[in-house]
Ligand binder design. Structure first.
Ligand SMILES: [Zn+2]
Length: 359
């Protein structure tokens, strides 16, 4: 009789204890929504982009995008929209319009690089930024120069000076809201190219690309490799190489989509007392307020007087955080405060066993 009673008590208690130990991301499952990705094959038609002999950037970009699109389309919860599926010319603002009309969650523009120095190699991912930097300006001018092939470009891109990256500063606010997410996606791409493809990592960079400035969503422009480097050119022109490049971008998109799913899970919906708090003794919560290639002092006065600023370096990117709590309730209050102070894309992160996760 006594044994039976213990068994019944155990049957009641064990499930309760296991609920308390549920890892946070297992609670996200039925909150999935359709994730729309716009794939933009750079250049096309009268604008071949970079070309070495008969090898054209526009062709390679289109082939990679088609392979990538097919892989993504196999996921029920992913919708793929293409800016072009043939060798046609598109103006930069048309590409952004397609993405904006699709209300896309992510914009991915695929390109190939070139340099006067044939030994230059590796891949890099660009997000929109306003840093004036001579190295950046060269790539920006090349990718933006297509505007000169467009008719009436002076009316369409008012205030746009091809020789001055800082002229993009106007109208930047909207895209800046998405900057953290763009950097997140850029970091995923770089990680995949470096780990899967063993490419030289040239980093996530910020510059004033028109196609990124005009799209109102997290956006990246990927320079998949150098057509001027013999080894990378041979890789990029081969169908095996194109498959590998597409597969790395594919994995980066899935990595990114996963963090969005977790983010969909609103803090307010968490049953804090049952699920989170019992594990809180070894969890630290902070609010990520900003990510940038710019190094700022981790001081409250640099961040609108938010408290407990900390900084971490990830690759070439600095992440800035406010707060340091073991309570989800307290960090939620600070998160609201950060958003109210203008850090609209701020989000909560937590640290467990020395690793940082996004809530
Ligand atoms: Zn290009």
């Amino acid at each position: 009789m006594k044994t039976k009673l213990y068994l019944i008590i155990a049957l009641i208690i064990i499930p309760v204890l296991s609920i308390a130990n549920i890892p946070i991301d297992s609670t996200k499952t039925n909150l999935k929504k359709v994730f729309t990705v716009v794939l933009d094959a750079g250049h096309g038609g009268k604008d071949p982009g970079k070309h070495v002999g008969h090898i054209k950037e526009s062709d390679i970009a289109l082939k990679v995008v088609k392979i990538l699109g097919k892989k993504l389309e196999s996921h029920q919860d992913i919708k793929v929209v293409y800016t072009r599926r043939t060798d046609k010319f598109l103006e930069l603002h048309q590409r952004a319009d397609i993405a904006n009309n699709a209300k896309a969650d992510l914009f991915v523009s695929v390109h190939c690089n070139a340099a006067a120095a044939t030994q230059a190699k590796g891949n890099e991912t660009w997000v929109l930024g306003i840093h004036r930097n001579a190295d950046n300006l060269e790539v920006v001018q090349r990718e933006n120069s297509v505007i000169l092939l467009e008719e009436d470009y002076k009316e369409k891109y008012v205030g746009f000076d091809l020789n001055d990256a800082s002229s993009f500063a106007t109208n930047l606010m909207t895209q800046e809201e998405y900057l953290d997410n763009s950097i997140e996606m850029g970091a995923n791409v770089q990680k995949r190219f470096t780990e899967d493809l063993k490419r030289k990592n040239r980093g996530v960079k910020q510059a004033g690309f028109a196609v990124l400035r005009l799209s109102y969503m997290p956006s990246v422009l990927i320079e998949t490799g150098f057509l001027t480097n013999r080894e990378e050119r041979n890789f990029l022109k081969s169908s095996a190489g194109q498959k590998k490049v597409a597969s790395s971008i594919y994995n980066a998109v899935l990595d990114y989509q996963k963090t969005r799913d977790i983010n969909l899970f609103e803090v307010g919906q968490v049953n804090t007392s049952a699920v989170i708090e019992p594990a809180a003794s070894n969890v630290i919560y902070k609010v990520q307020i900003s990510a940038s290639s710019k190094r700022l002092d981790a001081k409250s006065y640099n961040f609108n007087k938010l408290p407990d600023i900390s900084r971490e370096k990830d690759g070439g990117i600095y992440r800035y955080f406010t707060g340091n709590f073991s309570s989800l309730k307290k960090v939620s209050v600070l998160h609201k405060k950060a958003v109210a102070k203008g850090y609209k894309s701020a989000f909560i992160v937590f640290y467990k066993n020395g690793k940082r996760y996004r809530l």
